[in-house]
Design a protein around this ligand. Structure first.
Ligand SMILES: Cc1ncc(C[n+]2csc(CCOP(=O)(O)OP(=O)(O)O)c2C)c(N)n1
Length: 327
C-alpha cells in the first residue's frame, strides 16, 4: 500500500484506522438520519476519509483546520466530539454550535476546528489569516484548509496562495479532488488539468497524492506540516479522491458518472486498503480490526441516542452567540 511506513508508529497507524472507520460509520448514520427525515440531508464524505485522516494525524489542538460544506470527516479527524456533532446535525442545544449551525457550520475552537462553511472557497482566506495570526504571535501553529476541485478556481484561493507565499505563512492548502463540483467534471472545469501544478505560479511546492491511500497522504502531509512549522512557508496538496454518494444526500441523481468509474474507486477504498496493509505487515489481527469497527458502530449509536434525547435550543437563545470570542 505505501512506499515507506517504517517510521510510522503502531499507535499512529491504529489511530488512522480507527479514524477512517469512525468517519465512515458516522457518515452512514448521518445518511440514515436523513432517510428517516430527522435532518434534511448532508454532503456525505464517504469515500474521502483518508485525506483529513492522514493530514490531521500530524496536527495538535492548537493547529487550525478550516473546512467547507463537506466537512464531517475534517471535524472527526481533528478530534471534534461525535456526540456534539450528531446533536448539531439534529439541531439540538447540546450540539457543537448549540444547534444553530447544522451540518455546514460545525466548529469547535477548543480542538482547533474553526468551522465548516457553506460558501465555496470562503474559508481559504480565513485559514490564511489564521496562519498570519500564528506567525505574528510567534507561535508554531499550522493552519490547514480543505476545499474541493470546484473551489480551486475561485479567486480566494489564488489571492490566498499569493499572500501566503510572499509572507511565508504556515498554511497547507488541501484540495480534495473528488472529480466533480456537484455534476461538473474536473476535466471540463479546471484549466491545465491539475490543481497542484498551480502552486508553481506562486513559488510553493505543489504535490499530487493518492487520496485513497492514507499512508501516502500521511507522508506527504508530514513534509508539508514540518515545512510550515519551521517557518518555510505554505504547500498546496491535491489529493485525488472520490465521493461514493451524490453531491448532497445519497439519492441525488448521478447520471453524470458511470458505474465503471464508481467501481474503480470503490475497489481502491481507503478502509479496505488500510485493513489489508495492517494485516499484511502484522500490525493488527482481523479480530482487532473487527473490534475497532464494532466500537465505532457503538460510539455512533451512542452519539445518535445522545442527539435524539437532547433538547432543542430555547427560542430565547436565538440571538446569543452570534459573535464568539476565540478562547
Ligand atoms: C460561492 C458559492 N457558489 C456556489 C455554491 C453552490 N455549491 C455548493 S457546493 C458546490 C460544489 C463545490 O464543489 P467542490 O468545491 O469540488 O466540492 P465538493 O462538493 O466536490 O466536495 C457548489 C457549486 C456555494 N455554496 N457557494
Amino acid at each position: 500500500m505505501a512506499k515507506s511506513q517504517s517510521s510510522i508508529s503502531k499507535d499512529k497507524l491504529m489511530w488512522m484506522y480507527e479514524t477512517l472507520v469512525l468517519i465512515r460509520r458516522f457518515e452512514e448514520q448521518a445518511k440514515r438520519e436523513a432517510d428517516q427525515g430527522r435532518i434534511l440531508g448532508t454532503h456525505s464524505a464517504i469515500g474521502e476519509e483518508a485525506t483529513p485522516t492522514g493530514i490531521c494525524a500530524h496536527l495538535r489542538d492548537d493547529d487550525y483546520v478550516l473546512g467547507n460544506h463537506r466537512s464531517h470527516h475534517h471535524c472527526i479527524a481533528k478530534g471534534v466530539d461525535i456526540n456534539e456533532m450528531m446533536a448539531e446535525l439534529l439541531g439540538k442545544a447540546t450540539g457543537t454550535n448549540k444547534g444553530k449551525g447544522g451540518t455546514m457550520h460545525i466548529a469547535d475552537a477548543t480542538k482547533g476546528m474553526l468551522g465548516a462553511n457553506g460558501v465555496v472557497g470562503s474559508n481559504i482566506p480565513v485559514a490564511t489569516g489564521c496562519a498570519l495570526s500564528a506567525k505574528v504571535q510567534g507561535k508554531d501553529s499550522v493552519s490547514v484548509v480543505f476545499f474541493g476541485d470546484g473551489a480551486s478556481s475561485q479567486g480566494s484561493l489564488h489571492e490566498s496562495m499569493n499572500l501566503a507565499a510572499i509572507w511565508n505563512l504556515p498554511v497547507l492548502f488541501v484540495c480534495e479532488n473528488n472529480r466533480y463540483a456537484e455534476s461538473t467534471p474536473f476535466e471540463y472545469a479546471v484549466a491545465g488539468q491539475s490543481v497542484a501544478n498551480r502552486a508553481a505560479g506562486y513559488g510553493m511546492p505543489g504535490v499530487t497524492v493518492d487520496g485513497q491511500n492514507v499512508i501516502e497522504v500521511y507522508e506527504v502531509a508530514g513534509e508539508a506540516v514540518e515545512r510550515a512549522r519551521k517557518g518555510d512557508g505554505p504547500t498546496l496538496i491535491e489529493a485525488m479522491t472520490y465521493r461514493y454518494h451524490g453531491h448532497f444526500g445519497a439519492d441525488n441523481p448521478m447520471g453524470y458518472r458511470t458505474p465503471e468509474e464508481q467501481k474503480y474507486y470503490e475497489d481502491k477504498d481507503c478502509i479496505i486498503a488500510m485493513e489489508q496493509f495492517l494485516l499484511d505487515n502484522g500490525t493488527a489481527t482481523k479480530k482487532q480490526l473487527e473490534e475497532i469497527d464494532n466500537d465505532a458502530k457503538a460510539r455512533v449509536e451512542k452519539a445518535t441516542q445522545f442527539a435524539i434525547d437532547s433538547a432543542y435550543p430555547d427560542p430565547s437563545e436565538l440571538l446569543s452567540d452570534v459573535y464568539i470570542k476565540y478562547p
